[in-house]
Design a protein around this ligand. Structure first.
Ligand code: SF4
Length: 376
């Protein structure tokens, strides 16, 4: 499996908690599309000999793209990469960008077949805390519009741990989600990233601090209620009905290869990771003279092992000692077994033959357990 990620770096407004690269201006929008097409042309050999199964339009705000632009980009990708027939094509959207007219055009005139809607909460006060520009009503309307347009492979994002999000309100958010029969949910705990507006607002007492304990309670409710409704928690923050796992994100979690196109986008070919410059202006300037500004890191065996532990431990497939031995060797397997065993005794990790999977309780400590297994 291999995938293509396209980063559309424009937003109408910058949300306070966001640390993705994007600019709140559409100044470079048109030239950007041309630069992107040129980058695709220049990097078409990156996934040579690999079948490409997924295309993911992320951002920023890909729903700002017109249907014609989406088709031009997809056509260029088809001409440049070895795409399978009917790849999974996901488009991220913000509720304030969703209209009946746009969705009908997307459904009828583009190959987009999966929608990811950034709802975050169905309540206005949470959305205000996050500086989002849509309302709870708009979020509901957007979900309904997407479903009415005939998209059935839909996911929404919900954030928990927001100060003021009571247990009752969190349950209500989940009730609303379940009421739509959407087959996929991505749900994250609010984290205050360094150098974000939210961090400054909290420092200046303009926003309440995030309550870790409340966040844990929300996560426990999330696990319980999604499981009761038949969702599989196939990655710590992702829940899907059978057959609706995100194929694209699974590529990241399974250590498969992907190319990232657009400013700040990351690529991985199994041995090195590289990322484009996080500036639309510099990106356009450099691509225009066929010189992409990027940074590259050749991963050591230890770094690749650590990445494998970090991503696979968070999934329902778990860490596999057969894979560790085959890819990294016997010593790495020995190291892994020595360091994971105490967590089995504490009931935080479950062993199923050669697979090691986090228990419900273990999911609360995923990062700490992974860090304990890392090799420096
Ligand atoms: S819309 Fe999404 S990408 Fe843009 S600033 Fe808000 S959270 Fe970040």
């Amino acid at each position: 499996m291999a995938g293509i990620y396209i980063h559309i770096p424009f937003c109408k407004h910058k949300c306070n908690y966001c640390n993705f690269y994007s600019v709140a201006s559409l100044k470079y929008r048109d030239v950007f599309i041309n630069a992107l097409l040129r980058e695709i042309e220049n990097r078409k050999s990156y996934l040579e000999n690999e079948k490409v199964n997924t295309i993911y339009f992320g951002g920023g705000t890909p729903s700002l793209l017109k249907t014609g632009e989406i088709n031009t980009i997809v056509k260029k990708l088809e001409d440049s990469f070895n795409l399978i027939t009917n790849p999974e094509i996901t488009l991220e959207a913000n509720p304030d960008d969703v209209s009946e007219e746009k969705l009908t055009a997307l459904k009828n005139n583009t190959p987009v077949n999966r929608f990811s809607l950034g709802v975050q909460s169905f309540f206005d006060d949470d959305l205000k805390y996050l500086d989002r520009i849509h309302s709870g009503d708009e979020a509901r309307k957007a979900v309904e519009t997407i479903l009415n347009a005939g998209f059935n492979n839909v996911t929404i994002d919900l954030i928990y741990g927001i100060p003021g999000l009571s247990i009752e309100k969190w349950n209500k958010n989940l009730d609303i989600f379940f009421s739509y029969n959407i087959p996929h949910l991505s749900s994250y705990s609010l984290t205050v990233e360094p150098n974000t507006a939210l961090q400054i607002q909290i420092k200046r007492n303009k926003r309440a601090e995030v309550d870790e304990e409340l966040s844990i309670k929300h996560f426990e409710i999330l696990l319980k209620r999604t499981s009761e409704k038949g969702f599989i928690n196939y990655e710590i923050s992702n829940f899907a009905k059978e057959g609706f796992y995100s194929k694209h994100n699974s590529i990241y979690w399974l250590g498969d290869h992907y190319i990232g196109l657009g400013p700040s986008a990351h690529s991985f070919n199994g041995f090195s990771r590289q990322w484009n410059v996080a500036s639309v202006k510099k990106y356009i300037e450099s691509v225009t003279i066929d010189k992409i500004i990027e940074e590259k890191e050749i991963l050591t065996k230890e770094q690749r092992f650590n990445e494998y532990i970090m991503t696979s431990l968070r999934t329902s497939w778990g860490c596999d000692t057969e894979h560790i031995e085959n890819v990294f060797g016997k010593d790495f397997k020995k190291h892994f077994l020595k360091n994971i065993t105490p967590y089995i005794h504490k009931n935080l990790v479950l062993r199923e033959n050669n697979k090691f999977i986090l228990t419900k309780q273990g999911k609360l400590f995923a990062d700490g357990i992974a860090a304990d297994i890392f090799i420096d």
